[in-house]
Design a protein around this ligand. Structure first.
Ligand code: MG
Length: 379
């Protein structure tokens, strides 16, 4: 069923530590299983997507977001003849490196590391996701990390600065950092996960935004794509209102984007006709929306940015969340005795503190913050 440009597990570039293949699993299924069973994956349940974990039980968390990305990604992969198992593995792992409190936590941790003496290279969640699967998980008898295949790791490292890529290459010559120096693309499966991520969060953030009361259904009229889908829902079901109207419109929005992506990408693949998964890496990105959908998508993102991510209530919460992370960092850096001995004893103390904080769930971070500062920032 796989197209010639799909990643074939039998052609994998392999793992850092060679491993006998399993009789019932291909390499990418084995990666997926390792990811689902790792500690960092379970922590995603209690990590913020946009709304803090304790603000409501029905908002997306990093875990449900990752599951939605995997679902969309797999559906599209199947349509395009790409490797579903690889897409699933990448999607489930893509957010493992997120700090507590979403981007607010990442920004605070980044500032702390850059201000450390000597200054550190900073904190970035994509690199941290790779760090989790390469080094931080402690599950196997003879090595650190999950020992994932090159293709899954390539997909996890979605962005990377040149400086970070050079550091990665020192450890792994010719490895996952190389494409950021050479300006080449990752596999189609990796490209697909990036767009499935966007489709997922644009849709679920509208849903969560309305659920939270920060967005209203009327306000969503301003989004061309949403308005068209809502009109279509009303044309099919004239009495539809409230939540069911919202859900039906979002469902149609998801379908339109998936269908657009499949047709634009199929056309691009047909035109470029890559002969192999390796040939794809030398071409421009092939997983794509049509020009019209790209511009509708930009408008949707802009709307969410202006009206949800920068809503005064979200900004206020974000400010407190940043303080929690910055206070934790300062407390641990100032008093290593406050850290668990295994963390305090590491060779690079600032990086060890950042890894420790990044691994925390929202509620663990809040408990630690209260223990160390005596303050309650989120009653
Ligand atoms: Mg994501």
């Amino acid at each position: 069923m796989l197209k010639p440009y799909a990643c074939d597990p039998l052609q994998s570039r392999g793992r850092r530590y060679p491993q006998a293949s399993a009789p019932t699993h291909n390499e990418f299924q084995s990666d997926r299983d390792r990811i689902v069973h790792c500690t960092a994956f379970r922590r995603l349940v209690y990590k913020t997507q946009v709304f803090l974990n304790h603000e409501g039980d029905l908002f997306r968390t990093r875990l449900t977001h990752s599951l939605e990305v995997a679902q969309l990604g797999r559906a599209i992969a199947r349509e395009l003849g790409l490797n579903e198992d690889l897409v699933e593995a990448i999607a489930l792992a893509h957010d493992l490196g997120h700090t507590p409190f979403g981007h607010a936590g990442q920004d605070a941790l980044n500032e702390c590391l850059r201000a450390a003496r000597p200054p550190h290279a900073g904190f970035e969640h994509n690199l941290q996701s790779l760090r989790v699967v390469d080094w931080l998980e402690e599950r196997y008898p003879t090595y650190d990390g999950l020992n994932l295949s090159f293709e899954t790791r390539e997909g996890i490292l979605k962005h990377c600065s040149r400086r970070h890529a050079e550091r990665l290459l020192q450890r792994e010559p010719g490895g996952v950092g190389l494409r950021f120096i050479e300006g080449t693309q990752p596999s189609l499966e990796a490209q697909l996960c990036n767009l499935a991520d966007e489709i997922a969060y644009n849709a679920h953030d509208i849903d969560d935004g309305v659920r939270s009361g920060l967005l209203t259904l009327d306000q969503l009229d301003a989004i061309e794509l949403f308005a068209a889908c809502r009109d279509e829902a009303l044309a099919a079901f004239a009495q539809l209102a409230g939540r069911r109207l919202l859900f039906d419109a979002i469902r149609r929005m998801l379908s339109r984007q998936v269908e657009d992506l499949v047709s634009a990408t199929s056309a691009a693949l047909e035109a470029a006709a890559p002969a192999s998964a390796q040939a794809v890496r030398e071409l421009p990105p092939l997983i794509q929306f049509s020009a019209d959908m790209r511009s509708q998508n930009r408008a949707l993102k802009r709307f969410l940015y202006d009206n949800l991510y920068r809503h005064p209530q979200v900004v206020e919460t974000t400010g407190r969340a940043r303080r929690v992370v910055a206070d934790l960092y300062a407390a641990y850096a100032g008093d290593p005795a406050a850290l668990p001995p295994a963390v305090a004893g590491q060779a690079r103390p600032h990086r060890a503190i950042a890894d420790y904080i990044a691994g925390m769930t929202d509620r663990y971070a809040l408990r630690e913050h209260q223990r160390l500062t005596g303050e309650t920032l989120f009653p």
